[in-house]
Design a protein around this ligand. Sequence first.
Ligand SMILES: *[C@@H]1O[C@H](CO)[C@@H](O)[C@H](O)[C@H]1NC(C)=O
Ligand SMILES: *[C@@H]1O[C@H](CO)[C@@H](O)[C@H](O)[C@H]1NC(C)=O
Ligand SMILES: *[C@@H]1O[C@H](CO)[C@@H](O)[C@H](O)[C@H]1NC(C)=O
Ligand SMILES: *[C@@H]1O[C@H](CO)[C@@H](O)[C@H](O)[C@H]1NC(C)=O
Ligand SMILES: *[C@@H]1O[C@H](CO)[C@@H](O)[C@H](O)[C@H]1NC(C)=O
Ligand SMILES: *[C@@H]1O[C@H](CO)[C@@H](O)[C@H](O)[C@H]1NC(C)=O
Length: 476
Amino acid sequence: MLSKRILRVVLLLVFSLKICALDFDDLKDTKVNFISAVYYTEWSFYNKHYPIDVPLSQITNIYYAFAKIDPSSESTKWADKNVALEESFPLYHAEFPNSCGARDEQLYFELSGSKGSNEFVNSTGLIGQLSQMKELKKGLKISLAVGGENTNTLFNKITSDDAQIENFSTNLVQTMVDYGFDGLDIDWEFPTTENASKLIALMKSLKEKFESHERMNGLETNSYLLSLALPLDISSLLCYDFEILQKYVSYFNLMGYDMTGPWSEKSGYHSNLYPADDSSGASIDTSVRFLLERIDRKKLILGMPNYGRSYDCMKPGDKFHTCANIAGVEQKKKQCIINYHDLPPDGFIEVYNSTVGSSYAYNQNRGIVFYDSPLAARQKAAYVKQMGLAGGFWWDSYGDSYCNSNNRSLLHNFVDELGGTSALKLNDEVINENFYNGQDDEPARSCAMRRHLVRTKELFNFTLCALIVFIELLLL
Ligand SMILES: *[C@@H]1O[C@H](CO)[C@@H](O)[C@H](O)[C@H]1NC(C)=O
Ligand SMILES: *[C@@H]1O[C@H](CO)[C@@H](O)[C@H](O)[C@H]1NC(C)=O
Ligand SMILES: *[C@@H]1O[C@H](CO)[C@@H](O)[C@H](O)[C@H]1NC(C)=O
Ligand SMILES: *[C@@H]1O[C@H](CO)[C@@H](O)[C@H](O)[C@H]1NC(C)=O
Ligand SMILES: *[C@@H]1O[C@H](CO)[C@@H](O)[C@H](O)[C@H]1NC(C)=O
Ligand SMILES: *[C@@H]1O[C@H](CO)[C@@H](O)[C@H](O)[C@H]1NC(C)=O
């Protein structure tokens, strides 16, 4: 009699916990929390690609690229200040060339009122929109990426002595705080052996300033993220002193792409997980294993391309002269780069090679293009899990298709293979309450609106939960 009663109590308890949907996952610290990040480039604005086009449920981090180094002020500047800070554009707009309507409707539309309504606030610049996205997804971390391609000379110049490093890092951290960023991503591409000690001095100085800001604002240590972009080739990686860097760096972003390109002798995969027959032996796995002997695996994020590289030859390993001849597809001049959302081109056949962990598409008359297909993205997610890495990131968000309907989105496939959105890291600590909101006070209103919405829902959940438990107790 008694055991039956206990059984009933237990069953009801289990039942009610399920209904109340208490988030036990959050309590388990054994849970794997993966990073899923994208670089958003300021210039993709000109292609009508906005930060909000990136599906919020699929990402944990965004890197805003790039703040340009300005040696004259020992600080950074926006490449296009108007676009970064001033341009006014709505958070919702109907015509997205590449989003395929795959944005997070449930997150977004409940805030914008009715579907298709334009009533939700305009953003003040891209930075303003990023701030709004942090309102939409609590815990989304947005870092300011500094530097970029071929910036060794600039970084070298701005770190000429200790005083300059001190001033530059002070200015960088001030910019980060002023504009509501959660971290800095240093894209010093790439230090040589002689420059490597300056990189260390810069990272040390930044980390110390982060810590003093954290103390001042009562934040936990490591609230601000300090990440560092890494090249893939081992000879470049040999320049870094990882033992020391690891003390300051939250995440190393391994740029797992551009292994081959127009500069290469023969065509080939450019983001292959494992060495290909006809490659020099370079592969992501080779570099990852090199790094894992030196850094904590939980600090390593695998970078993946949202683009392909094309050649006017037919097979991997063939000699080539120029880019593939692909009518109607925009290719960046001389670089033969094609956005993933244009791949495979019409009339091309996609081939996924699981032995090398990448893909290509070819057409007997027009050429070949190397890129990651959805299956390659899934293979990389499995690799990240197997190796226990921190997660993945993409260069850059404009390239993906974000189409749910045909499962082409690399981001969706990657996250799905990791175990879905529940396998992603949740950052609950909101570190910048005062987001950058531009001149307009409208975004501030939207924040209040959202807080109100969430509180109402929480209250509703709590009441519902309490009611269920109460009824159960009566039934016993
Ligand atoms: C430090 O940076 C500020 C702000 O950019 C600049 O005005 C100043 O000249 C720099 N100070 C030194 C000592 O270099
Ligand atoms: C929002 O931006 C759109 C497009 O830039 C513009 O037409 C509209 O007037 C703006 N709305 C407000 C309230 O500023
Ligand atoms: C650092 O890098 C630059 C390239 O920008 C190079 O000219 C210089 O010799 C390097 N070494 C030192 C010690 O500055
Ligand atoms: C896949 O790559 C491996 C290694 O380069 C090669 O031996 C094999 O033929 C490739 N398969 C296809 C279908 O391209
Ligand atoms: C997309 O992928 C999911 C998960 O693997 C699968 O269940 C679904 O059937 C796929 N949809 C299409 C259209 O291929
Ligand atoms: C309310 O509960 C549902 C599940 O019953 C959950 O999905 C939702 O996130 C909860 N909402 C809030 C605001 O806690």
